[in-house]
Ligand binder design. Sequence first.
Ligand code: FMN
Length: 168
Amino acid sequence: MAFCEIAFRDLTENPFSLIGDDWMLITAGTEEKCNTMTASWGGLGVLWNTPVAFTFIRPQRYTKEFVDAQEEYSLCFFEGMHDKLGYLGKVSGRDEDKIEKAGLTVAVEDGVPYFKEARLVLFCRKKYRQQMTPEAMLDSDIIAKFYPQNDFHEMYVGEVTKILKKEV
Ligand SMILES: Cc1cc2nc3c(=O)[nH]c(=O)nc-3n(C[C@H](O)[C@H](O)[C@H](O)COP(=O)(O)O)c2cc1C
């Protein structure tokens, strides 16, 4: 099945279930060397009059090095595949060739890596990033629950530059 490009206004997905339930892969790098990680926190919306995606990446993720090194990254969504996304969200690309082990196929669009097996791909151009800090947190319960190791996420705002959807 081939991908076709759709306009962001034609995206009919529920962002809560798309990201929170289906999960996504954040992928960055080059065709030769890229890394990916599972994410289930994030958002889609509008900022500075453009469609954007918000992603949240903890400092220890290997994928963060790739996202930081590149101008663009992709967000891939799949049909099911929670077993594979669970694996890609547990093991680090520092330790294993996890893309190969998960049996995923890297493709590139305008030089940005994504996966052929995805059903939906959002390409994002980095526009802003900001480190979360304990001082800025308004609910200390969140710190106790999610940041006992002080590994606060960095937030990335990426302009959604292209959306590819698999034709059915
Ligand atoms: C369902 C699920 C959701 C996750 N969501 C995030 C997330 O939003 N942000 C994050 O930093 N890590 C998240 N993770 C953890 C990373 O995917 C995981 O640490 C991964 O192994 C990092 O791989 P890397 O070191 O190759 O980048 C999630 C893991 C799972 C299983």
